[in-house]
Design a protein around this ligand. Structure first.
Ligand SMILES: [Zn+2]
Length: 335
């Protein structure tokens, strides 16, 4: 606990308050030394799990004994602030981590410690086991918006900043999961992340190239399961879906103009003559689209809001492409 200064540490004379540089400060009555009050450096960690719950510990000691807070403690001299934050996290919650980013710096005048500068980092868990440390009697995860009152106002402020920062990304992820429940999302969507390296569309082209056989076989299984009476036409249908895959790749490469869609009109005509019904033909094309998309999204982990957006855009392009293929496949059906 912060205590009042009584004697000068240089000459042993008494201390008195007097106004120096526009502020009341401790001054030595003997040697006139001025004792400036500098805030103590405090570090704190925001650790959020995949359920968007935040790690809190319950304090065993004063101040705020019995209250919950983020893992928090003093940085020591010579210690990097980030190392101090990770050390406190491990000491208080048993969890090892790595720094993701700085979330907030706050200055407060605490009744117990005096002036503090509280630096809060977002931290990703890398190991350890969650268990309360010496200064805590409990540790656990709480939904960010349903936390108990926190011991430090700076913790509440930093959590609000963190929540505001991720709110849009989380909304985007939720909306995407709703649209594509089969889509694999990275456990942690990097805020403002930028896809490094290749464009997502190039990655999709490569996936279709590499997994061509698998995509075709899965599609064939779907067709057999849903339309078993088409089994005699297996070979022609496989050839059709094979050329659809090539058209999709050309479209993703940006050269759909080189595709001759009139081939689809001829194929449609031949399938009609072979006795394939129109609703079946449309179902075959719909299954083709579904198989490509589900395969591609299973193979590709989306890691940033930009990737999520790009995946949506690609899906839209693929939908338009299939609309066009359907148009040609069916155009000679009635003529
Ligand atoms: Zn003195």
């Amino acid at each position: 606990m912060k205590q009042d200064r009584k004697y000068c540490c240089y000459c042993g004379a008494g201390i008195a308050r007097s106004e120096i540089e526009g502020k009341e400060r401790d001054c030595c009555t003997g040697c006139a030394a001025v004792f400036y009050e500098n805030p103590l450096p405090v570090v704190s960690c925001i650790v959020v799990n995949e359920d968007r719950s935040v790690l809190l510990i319950r304090r065993k000691k004063e101040p705020y004994s019995g209250m919950w807070c983020l893992p928090i403690g003093f940085a020591e001299s010579g210690e990097d602030m980030r190392d101090a934050a990770l050390r406190e996290l491990e000491e208080e919650a048993g969890v090892k981590g790595s720094i993701v980013r700085l979330i907030d710096v706050d200055t407060v005048d605490n009744y117990f410690y005096g002036p503090l500068a509280i630096v809060t980092y977002e931290v990703r868990v890398t190991g350890g086991l969650l268990a309360p440390g010496d200064d805590a009697d409990d540790a656990g995860y709480f939904p960010i918006m349903e936390c108990p009152p926190l011991a430090w106002s700076s913790n509440e402020k930093a959590l609000r900043i963190y929540h505001d920062m991720y709110r849009d990304t989380w909304a985007m992820v939720d909306s995407f999961r709703h649209l594509f429940p089969e889509m694999e999302m990275a456990g942690e969507i990097a805020q403002g992340g930028i896809t490094q390296g290749e464009l997502l569309s190039n990655v999709l082209i490569q996936i279709i190239d590499k997994d061509r056989e698998e995509i075709l076989n899965r599609w064939m299984e779907d067709v057999h399961a849903l339309l078993p009476h088409l089994a005699p036409h297996g070979e022609e249908l496989m050839a059709l879906n094979s050329s659809i895959l090539e058209t999709v790749q050309a479209c993703l490469r940006g050269d759909a103009d080189t595709c001759d869609f009139r081939d689809y009109a001829r194929t449609g005509r031949l399938l009609k003559e072979a006795g394939v019904a129109l609703p079946d033909l449309l179902t075959i094309a719909a299954l083709s689209r579904k198989t490509i998309w589900t395969h591609v999204v299973r193979r590709r982990l989306l890691k940033s809001p930009l990737e999520i957006y790009t995946a949506l855009e690609l899906n839209n392009r693929i939908i338009f492409l299939y609309d066009k293929i359907n148009y040609y496949l069916t155009m000679r059906w009635v003529s």
